[in-house]
Write a protein that binds this ligand. Structure first.
Ligand code: NDP
Length: 511
């Protein structure tokens, strides 16, 4: 097997992007270390699987307690490596505890064997069942926008399924994931959860060793991972970029739409795959919506937060991300767009920005911006809003704003996206009972989705067993005879055919 070349003994420097201070230096795992970690996980996975859902639930519940007992320190670590506001940082730990409660509480039922009735009387003598056995080692590769929740939200259902997990966090934000694994070790849980620290090449080394890859990040990297997984013939699930549209219809509650879309576009400095990145507003309410949106965005407080919730908008996670946002805004302005508020990078921050007079050729509409920007487009009617919303290579999620819920549901069915929220933003991402996955270039597969969210980490195994004492021979077994083949095909034909003639009980019609 080709091994990914990783610079030996290299280190990652972790920065606080709000003030550019270096806060940690972490050694990078070589490909040999990744291989050894996967071998160790593999060695312990079988015992973990054999614990069964109830045995695993005991450890997962202890982990849930540890996370809640340490939530303030986790928020400190999160803030230090992302420059998030306190409000953005404090939600990750309780959100993870909520997921642990859900997956550990439902695993037994979701993983139970399923029985099936034979499809044909020929097999009535068989008892049929499907059981679900985990992929032994799952690799979870995550980005920097939710450094604690992103590794955890895919790790938990995989652990609950009985798999061992190796997480490769973003090189930009490894400290929160280190906390996560530290918690697992502190509760004394079996050694089935570990970390691989490093850059993209460490991620590639993980993809080279594990049995299933769950990836969250850019479409470009997701495609590379899918190619490597295809070469290895292992499955992957990809949660990629988004360019979520918000459709504000003329009968919307404009105040709710303004408040929701502002939060949906600006939370976590817009660095969320399901951020609102495009807004389409019907003409009758366009002026009112834009006026109120600008006032709301203008009122947001931006800065380096402490523990006192002084700010609404934090820093961009990296200078590169800030520059990407600046490029989108500058390109739009050069093309004739107007900035109504914001529009300027400041240190590690980018001002919350509202843009109008944008069109569908601009980078701020076609590419993922991943920043605190809201480009707004006026549309003549619902049909134009739907057409423009669907004019994108991305299709992660969307929102529709209307006082008429039936209309919202009807519009939702015409939008090409993995999720649509009526009169809300990102709600589906917190509703684990429904799937969260992208269409088109936004992904392949989905996370969550009730039972499907845990079964994705399992291989289905079909079992057939006799219901009656089995004879010493079967009609189709050797030697082949006219009588045996004739009997078997007559029964097959009788169960497969429509009409007496094809079953063979009536003579064929003449002529
Ligand atoms: P990437 O997709 O490049 O990185 C995501 C993760 O994959 C990181 O852990 C990264 O490691 C790792 N990785 C990189 N290359 C490989 C590889 N060949 N094999 C395996 N793993 C690999 O995202 P970025 O962090 O560079 O962000 C770039 C863009 O992605 C953003 O501008 C945004 O548009 C989008 N993005 C989307 C997110 C989402 O939630 N959908 C989240 C974050 C970003 P490392 O970071 O160490 O290079």
């Amino acid at each position: 097997m080709t091994e990914s070349p990783i610079e030996a003994d290299s280190e990652i420097e972790v920065f606080n992007p709000a003030d550019a201070a270096v806060i940690a230096r972490i050694p990078v795992d070589s490909a040999a270390t990744v291989r050894a970690k996967v071998a160790n996980l593999r060695a312990h996975q079988r015992d973990w699987e054999d614990l069964g859902p109830r045995g695993r639930e005991v450890w997962l519940r202890a982990f849930q307690d540890w996370i809640l007992d340490n939530e303030s320190r986790i928020a400190d670590v999160l803030q230090s490596e992302t420059g998030k506001t306190r409000a953005d940082a404090v939600v990750e730990a309780p959100a993870v505890a909520d997921l642990i409660k859900y997956w550990s509480g439902h695993a037994r039922r979701y993983l139970a064997d399923t029985r099936a009735r034979p499809h044909s009387p020929l097999f009535a003598i068989k008892a049929l069942s499907t059981n679900y056995r985990p992929y032994p080692v799952v690799g979870v590769i995550t980005p920097w926008n939710f450094p604690f929740a992103a590794p955890a939200m895919d790790t938990i259902p995989a652990l609950a399924a009985g798999a061992a997990v190796l997480v490769k966090p973003s090189e930009v934000t490894p400290l929160s994931a280190i906390e996560l694994v530290k918690g697992w070790r502190e509760i004394g849980a079996p050694p089935v959860f570990d970390l691989a620290i490093g850059r993209g090449d460490t991620g590639a080394a993980v993809t080279d060793q594990v049995d299933f890859v769950q990836f969250t990040g850019s479409t470009r990297t997701g495609r590379r991972i899918a190619v490597r997984c295809a070469e290895r013939l292992i499955p992957c699930s990809l949660e990629l970029g988004g360019k979520d549209p918000a459709l504000v219809l003329a009968d919307a509650d404009i105040d709710r739409a303004v408040n929701g879309i502002t939060w949906g576009g600006m939370v976590n400095s817009g660095q969320v795959c399901t951020s609102v990145e495009r807004v389409y507003v019907e003409t009758p309410v366009y002026d009112e919506f834009v006026g109120k949106l600008v006032a709301k965005v203008d009122s947001l407080r931006q800065g380096k937060d402490g523990k006192d919730f002084r700010f609404d908008i934090g820093a961009m996670a990296t200078p590169a991300q800030r520059d990407l946002v600046a490029r989108h805004i500058d390109d739009a302005v050069a093309g004739g767009a107007r900035v109504l508020t914001g529009g300027t990078p400041r240190g590690g921050f980018y001002e919350p920005t509202v843009l109008v007079d944008v069109d569908h050729t601009m980078a701020c509409i076609r590419e993922e911006t991943f920043g605190p920007t809201l480009p707004v487009i006026e549309v003549a009617d619902e049909a134009e809003a739907i057409r423009l919303a669907n004019d994108s290579e991305f299709a992660l999620s969307a929102s529709v704003w209307t006082r008429d819920t039936a209309r919202g549901l009807r519009v939702a069915r015409r939008i090409e996206a993995g999720a649509v929220n009526v009169n809300d933003v990102m709600a589906n991402a917190f509703c684990v009972a429904v799937p969260m996955g992208g269409w088109k270039q936004s992904g392949m597969g989905a996370r969550f989705g009730g039972r499907a969210g845990i079964l994705k980490y399992c291989r289905a195994q079909a079992i057939t067993a006799p219901r009656l004492p089995a004879p010493s021979d079967e009609v189709m077994w050797y030697p082949s005879t006219r009588l045996g083949a004739g009997l078997a095909t007559a029964v097959m034909r009788a169960t497969a055919a429509r009409g007496l003639r094809r079953i063979g009980l009536r003579a064929p019609r003449r002529g």
